[in-house]
Design a protein around this ligand. Structure first.
Ligand code: CU
Length: 517
């Protein structure tokens, strides 16, 4: 036997035991063909197998020993039915476990840090060694991260209504997995308060520092634009977080959103271009590094979990500020024109592969989750260095135009202009990308879009191929000190390949400038 079995049953274990073994152990009063007898002594047997003391002269291969160890880890299932029963019992035990108090990652004490490391490392140790070993349902780091995008099927929901509920279930799923590590039953997932603008120190330590792909994540039919994600490659991260000012600006705008569609950024099934929480999330991904910027593989970077735990916390913070912490209250934040099927339809509201309903995700107190307040940062995040805002709170489709034949522009709006990069066909860009605005040769702002490198493969992405980017600033920035017009330049740059995309290759977007009023 050369391959490790991730979730073996007694059937698999018993096949590794030879008739010679059975004969020899009979003399010691042990029937190796009897499940009850072997499981009762299973850990002691592991000692002899693990140190290759037994069977004498025919010690097991490492793959066999690991398979046996996997059987122990999974509570020694006898057959498939028993395996299912064990999983149910584990879930029931988890449901009654202590409250999950999720803390700021910078607030963890040394015991909590060690436990978190142990739990991550344990999950990584359970990873498949070969593609044949890969089991999407196995409790291992690779399989848990794989639920996000690659390997197929690609479950994650981005830029659609279910984005926040889906990720809430994903965090819970991952936290449960961490809790199945030996001695880690009460570990909780901490969050990275992205508004600090700095990566937390802990993520520079193993096992959070990086992750090496044990097997290839990409399907055979797809040749990705970079090698990260292929077997043996390692995740890559920026040395420091980039773009925190725009992220913070979007978070602050989202905080004031009265309605969920404005908070979430979806109106009439369409991702809109205002400064909402999904935009903040997208920019956060792209500003974190090559792996986090790549939707295909983002979840394999260990920082992904702390990053996403924070979006869940921010959503809860917003829910709390809107009395939307239970389903009835939450429905009040939906606009009358919003379709609610994604939330309440018995089938459509289910988040695959977690088999959980979006409606059940709304009240996290029912899930025993609480969040501590983030640690106050000593150094206040610097102001945006350039006199430019990215996007108004909610740029209405009609902002900057009038339906009246006679009107006056309010004094405070006389100098406010909005520059919209309109109609970027994101399917034509290989993966996530930056949209950078230059005035007079100087970079004054950048926005980002987060997506898979193979977005043409996703029906949702194809249906929403054209996206817009808004920059809002004072009109005076269009001219230099002598009053001469500055050159206006926009670049669309792939965050995966660093390639600058010519406009005629990305659906000929236009740059529209309007006076806002
Ligand atoms: Cu994400």
């Amino acid at each position: 036997m050369s391959n490790v079995i991730q979730c073996p049953t007694w059937h698999d274990i018993s096949k590794m035991i030879t008739d010679d073994d059975v004969r020899e152990m009979k003399n010691h009063g042990l029937d190796l063909r009897c499940y009850e007898q072997v499981s009762a002594l299973a850990h002691k047997i592991y000692y002899y197998l693990g140190y290759k003391l037994m069977p004498p002269g025919r010690s097991w291969s490492d793959a066999q020993i690991t398979t046996y160890n996997n059987w122990l880890i999974n509570d020694m299932p006898k057959d498939a039915a028993h395996q299912a029963q064990i999983i149910d019992e584990r879930n029931a035990a988890l449901a009654t476990a202590d409250r999950r108090v999720r803390k700021d990652i910078n607030q963890l004490d040394s015991t909590e840090k060690e436990k978190l490391k142990d739990a991550f490392q344990w999950l990584m140790d359970q990873d498949p060694k070969t593609e044949a070993d890969y089991n999407p349902n196995a409790l291992c780091y690779f399989s848990l991260a794989a639920k996000h995008w690659y390997p197929v099927p690609t479950f994650c929901q981005h830029h659609i209504y279910g984005y926040l509920p889906w990720h809430r279930w994903q965090m819970l799923d991952f936290e449960d997995a961490l809790r199945s590590a030996p001695g880690c039953q009460d570990v909780t997932l901490p969050y990275w308060n992205i508004e600090t603008g700095e990566f937390p120190q802990l993520i520079s330590e193993p096992p959070f520092k990086d992750y090496t792909f044990p097997i290839n994540v990409y399907p055979d039919y797809y040749d990705p634009p970079t090698d990260i994600g292929k077997q043996g490659t390692t995740t890559e991260r920026n040395s420091s977080f980039q773009g925190s000012n725009v992220v913070n600006q979007c978070i602050n705008n989202a905080r004031t959103a009265p309605k969920f569609s404005q908070y979430n950024g979806i109106t009439n099934y369409k991702y809109d271009s205002s400064s909402h929480i999904m935009r903040a999330h997208d920019r956060g991904h792209v500003g974190s590094g090559k792996t986090m910027a790549n939707q295909d593989i983002a979840a394999f970077d260990p920082m992904f979990w702390f990053f996403h735990c924070n979006w869940d916390r921010l959503w809860w913070e917003w829910q709390s500020s809107r009395n939307a912490t239970d389903l009835e209250g939450f429905k009040e934040t939906l606009e009358s024109c919003d379709d609610q099927k994604w939330l309440i339809d018995p089938q459509m509201s289910i988040s695959d592969p977690f088999s959980k309903k979006n409606s059940d995700s709304i009240d996290i107190t029912q899930l025993e989750i609480t969040y501590t307040r983030p640690e106050e940062t000593l150094e206040k995040v610097k102001d945006f260095p350039l006199p430019l805002a990215i996007g108004p709170s909610w740029r209405d489709q009609n902002d900057g135009q009038s339906t009246l034949s006679t009107f006056t522009i309010a004094k405070e709006n006389l100098n406010r202009v909005s520059l919209r990069v309109k109609g970027v066909n994101r399917i034509k860009v290989p993966g996530s990308f930056w949209v950078v605005l230059y005035l007079g040769g100087e970079e004054v702002g950048r926005d980002a879009f987060f997506q898979s490198t193979f977005s043409g493969n996703c029906e949702n992405c194809v249906a929403q191929a054209k996206v817009n980017f808004d920059f809002v600033f004072d009109r005076s920035h269009l001219t230099d000190v002598e009053g001469n017009p500055k050159e206006i330049k926009v670049e669309v740059i792939s965050a995966i390949t660093d390639e600058v995309m010519p406009f005629d290759a990305i659906g000929n977007p236009t740059i529209n400038i309007r006076m806002l009023h």
